[in-house]
Design a protein around this ligand. Structure first.
Ligand code: ZN
Length: 93
């Protein structure tokens, strides 16, 4: 039964793909337009395929979605900016 062995290998590959996809869909996402927060699997338009365009389920925009990692990087940039320009907030006084 050669085919049984081949099917087993295909199944192994499918399981690995599936596990990678599961890990991927639990990635946190934030919409910086409306403030929606959730997992990648909750995004509108996410069909489970690479390249499928996802959009915010709350406001329908795709251009404002950022992953948790990107948001962290943006927050770090903000903090750096505040530290570098501590007086800019009080420039009106
Ligand atoms: Zn949104």
């Amino acid at each position: 039964m050669m085919s049984a062995k081949i099917n087993h290998q295909v199944r192994e590959a499918q399981i690995q793909e599936f596990e990678a996809a599961i890990k991927d869909v639990s990635e946190p996402y934030v919409c910086i337009d409306c403030g929606w927060k959730g997992k990648k699997s909750q995004l509108g338009g996410w069909l489970g395929f690479v390249g499928a365009e996802a959009f915010c389920p709350a406001c329908g925009h795709s251009e404002f979605l950022v992953s948790g990692k990107e948001l962290d990087a943006m927050n770090r940039e903000d903090e750096k900016c505040k530290l570098q320009h501590p007086l800019s907030c009080h420039s009106n006084s």
